[in-house]
Every structure is written in C-alpha cells, then in structure tokens.
Design a protein around this ligand. Sequence first.
Ligand SMILES: [Zn+2]
Length: 275
Amino acid sequence: MPPAPRRMLVTVAHPDDETFGMGSTIAHYAASGVEVHVACATRGEAGEIAPGSDATVETLGEVREAELRAAAEVLGAHRVHLLGFRDSGMIPAEQNGDPNVFINAPEADVIAALTRLIRDVRPLVVVTMPPDGGTGHPDHIRICQLTTKAFKLAAHPGYIEPGGIVHAPAKLYYKEYPQAFIEAVATVRPEMMEHLRQSGIDKFGVDDDAISAEIDVSDVLATRMKANACHVSQGSPFDMLPPEMVPEVLGTDYFTRAIPSWNGGEKERDLFAGL
Ligand SMILES: [Zn+2]
C-alpha cells in the first residue's frame, strides 16, 4: 500500500496567527514536502492598525486577507481556507452583542465548517492554537476548542450534516509557548508583556514539562522573518528581537499533543513521528 499523503491542517483565528504563531511550523513542514493547509476563521477585521499601514477600519479585513495570502505563499503553504466569520476583537463574548462575530457564531456552524474542511483536506496531522489562546484572545481560545471537537467528529460516521467522507486524522497538536520562551520574549519586549497583562492575563504559556513535542525549525528562520514582514498592518511582535536572539527565541517550536493524549516520556521531535 502506498504511504498516506503527508498533509497537515493548521487552524487559526486571524490573519497573522499563521505566521506569528505558526510560521516556522508551516515553513518547516512545507520545505520537507508536506502539503500544508491553513484555515483561518476570520479576516481579522477588528485588529489594531499598526503605524505605517495604509489600512483603514473599513479596509482592514481586505488588507489582512491579502497579508495572510502573501505570508502563506512565502511560508510555502499549499492553500489558504477562509472560514468566513468576523473577528470578535478582544471584547469578552458577554459584552460583544454582534451576532456576526466569531465568538458569537453558533457552535454547530463553526464545527460543521471545520469538520467539512478536515474531511476535504484529509490531513494526517492537525495543529491549532493553544487552549489559553496564547494571548487570551477569545477567538484563539474558540478555534482551539472547536477544532478539537471537529477533529473527533470528522471521523464519526453518524455526523452527516457537514457532508464529505469521514476522515480520522492521526494526531492533534496545540502550538504552545513554554515558560522559557515567554521569559526570553519578556526580556526583549517588556511592553508587549505589559500589554497582555493589562488585558487581564497573569500567566503566560505552559509549564515546560507539559511540552510533548519540540521541533527544530532553525532551518526556516529566514523564511519566517520574511513572512512576518508581510503583516504590515499588524507589525510583527518579533520586530524588536535583536538578530542574535532570533535563533534562541524562534529556532524551536513547542507543542502539546492533545490527541492521542501524551502521558509523559520521550518528547517527539517530529509531528509526523510514527506515521
Ligand atoms: Zn489572532
């Protein structure tokens, strides 16, 4: 039997999450021949506009979609899939009365869209944002929760509503930030950490021993920095990183394996390990 095609699906909430959070993972696997698909829930309409960008509140969604597509091309992604929801902003769901934003979209609709995508793309590996969203953004937390549900339902023959042919991806990972990473970023970007703290987040990242996979992505740092630069309207959080710190801060990507769950032991060095 021929080996299963090496496909990966990466799910994120906004344009730039695929690069600032996942860029090295996408570039590393694309460079090694994996067909990487990027699914983005929204067009990032509610983001802050960085100085130096021509975007306006009216054009931001359009501008960020173009930035996402440009960055995905730089990273070597095979295809970008937009799920078509609206950016919720940082406002908590209970205060956000807009029924069209991602955080308020009916769970069944989001799960159906993600399940259909998993059945169409047929990935071996799915990667999504961490359970705490990394920055605490409600859209980040939701894409993690609902990707996890869709991962299970895609394989369920009784779940017929989204259509498509049932498919069981082999593994689900959360892209995490261990404490050591957070401390390294905090030393060079204290104002970024302060900004997050003001958003009500007092603990960043996961304990180092919760990490189940560490992937050396130092081969794609130049590509990743090029993709960062595509997101002019947002400004890269890594712009202030002194070049000599780039390999230390961005040379390794960290994950927890959500499915099948990880019970300790040797860390994986490849998300396709054992497949
Ligand atoms: Zn985001």
